[in-house]
Unconditional design. Structure first.
Length: 255
């Protein structure tokens, strides 16, 4: 590992390690007796308990499937509408103001309406996750497609590009970095929306539902383990998304 990367990793781990040591010391030296939190050892016990581990892994699998389904639906629609708005000024004039107004409404403000339309089951959760993923892809796709330099478009026309060639050889490659940025944001928002939907529409299975049940039953070790799992999944998704972007856009020259 390069020295710079090693230094960066060491600095990044300093605060988590200090917090972990302080957490351990609070219980090791009897600085606290609260039952609303537990020692790190209790969390490890929960991790190695087969029943708890199986429950968490099953809930995690349900959440990942739900989040992936909502992400695919929302991102696909966002890409479609974003490209349409970017290539057609008439479409942008017709829908643009409405979409930019709707995006100002807080995401969680839509939950009462979605639960009214779809109930408290799987339909409302998927709709909420899809809605969370829709706007990042829509806005970044629109900006990427509409931001293609006019000079390049003029050169393509002079070169005799057809509409299809114009889109596949010029517009899409130029817009891909912005589109991938939208997908990256949609991935993060979809994971957060998955947990939010499970918290607030607490029916069925899922990691958010399990965390709420752990809180209600005062299974603090399991709850803290679930929180660590949530953060770990978000961290892994972030790494995978950035690695995928570097791989698919490796043709770009560094600016």
């Amino acid at each position: 590992m390069p020295a710079i990367a090693l230094r960066r990793l060491r600095r990044g781990l300093t605060l988590p390690v200090l917090l972990l040591v302080g957490w351990w010391a609070a219980y090791a030296f009897d600085w606290t007796q609260t039952t609303l939190f537990v020692a790190p050892g209790k969390v490890l016990d929960a991790a190695f308990d087969p029943q708890t581990a199986n429950a968490l892994l099953s809930a995690l699998w349900q959440s990942l499937l739900r989040g992936a389904a909502g992400l695919v639906i929302g991102a696909s629609l966002g890409l479609l509408f974003g490209v349409l708005l970017g290539v057609s000024r008439r479409t942008e004039r017709f829908f643009g103001l409405t979409l930019h107004s709707i995006k100002q409404v807080s995401l969680f403000a839509w939950l009462p309406l979605l639960s009214l339309w779809f109930g408290f089951g799987e339909g409302s959760k998927l709709a909420f996750i899809a809605w969370a993923a829709f706007f990042p892809v829509l806005l970044n796709s629109f900006e990427g497609v509409s931001g293609v330099p006019r000079e390049l478009a003029d050169v393509a026309r002079v070169s005799g590009f057809s509409r299809t060639q114009m889109f596949t050889r010029l517009v899409l490659p130029a817009a891909l970095p912005s589109i991938f940025n939208g997908f990256y944001l949609a991935l993060m928002f979809a994971w957060l929306a998955t947990l939010g939907a499970e918290y607030l529409l607490g029916s069925g299975a899922g990691l958010g539902v399990l965390l709420m049940e752990s809180r209600a039953e005062y299974r603090v070790g399991q709850m803290l383990l679930g929180i660590v799992l949530v953060g770990t999944v978000g961290f892994v998704l972030d790494i995978l998304a950035k690695a995928l972007e570097r791989h698919l856009l490796r043709w770009r020259t560094p600016s």
